[in-house]
Design a protein around this ligand. Sequence first.
Ligand code: NAP
Length: 311
Amino acid sequence: MGDVEKVIIIGGACAGLTAAIYTARARLDPLVFTGSMFGGQLMMTTDVENFPGFPDGIQGPELMDRMRRQAERFGARLIYEDVTKVDFSSRPFRVWAGDKEFLAHSVIIATGAKPRTLGLESEEKLLGKGVSYCAVCDGAFFKGSDVVVVGGGDSAMEEALHLTQHANSVTVIHRRDKLRASKIMQERAFANPKISFIWDSVVEDIKDVTKDRVTGVLIRNVKTGDKREIPCEGVFIAIGHEPNTKIFEGQVELDERGYIKVRDFVKTSVEGVFAAGDVHDHRFRQAITASAFGCMAALECERHLSEKGII
Ligand code: NAP
């Protein structure tokens, strides 16, 4: 059995790196598995204009790099590998990256969530060039533009309503003829003169990869088979998120959608295992709220280790 870490942090984006800064400054000498997806969803964002402290905005990847450097400055050890397996059934907790095993008195899970994608090649190529998964992050870049929102749930309605503050028009494209969104969100969206709906339709392609920017979407009516192109400058895809919790199934309690269940903000069903950020928070999903949860998890982790006499 190797050395037992005081804390292992799984995840290297806002929540994980903030937890790393706090635990490192508390002299817990954190070992951080950033995963191959270092930086999380902010690595897909260009300008971040709503993270306090950056009045002129900051590029998503640069913000993550600054958080990384801040964590390392206080001694956090970062490993750019994915955790592949965990065992929280006995103490110390066991964490594997590939075939290498690590032991820890406490664990902070901050693996985040990922937006569901349409799975189109053009969607991937035009990401950050008109394709976005976050209206709050990117909506302001579409002032006076025509944009589309894909999806029929609460997120899609929220995105559409937010976008009306910036865009000239917002067209919601939904694959059925009924929204999944709550009644109140539907009513708000229907009442907004800037929002219109295209029903029973799916996006087959996003134009125009050859121009390196969004110029429209090719849609197909699933009932008639008719295809047509809708000109637009922005495509916001809001078809749900998936938490990155596969390796935690059977280890900590998850809700019916796979998010980690927490009490007291960051405590999981296993004492000494904490969860921070989008891996449990499907409501706010902001960089700043993920960071805030990272801070809370670090403080609770420190308290836990102290109560157990480990520090
Ligand atoms: P959601 O409720 O799962 O809705 C996803 C929407 O995307 C559905 O309309 C679904 O269509 C559509 N969709 C899924 N996969 C698709 C695909 N491959 N192609 C095209 N369309 C696809 O997800 P959500 O809207 O992110 O909401 C998640 C949860 O958070 C919900 O419980 C929601 O109530 C909550 N939430 C609440 C608020 C609020 O109250 N303000 C805001 C945001 C989220 P179908 O309808 O045909 O399945």
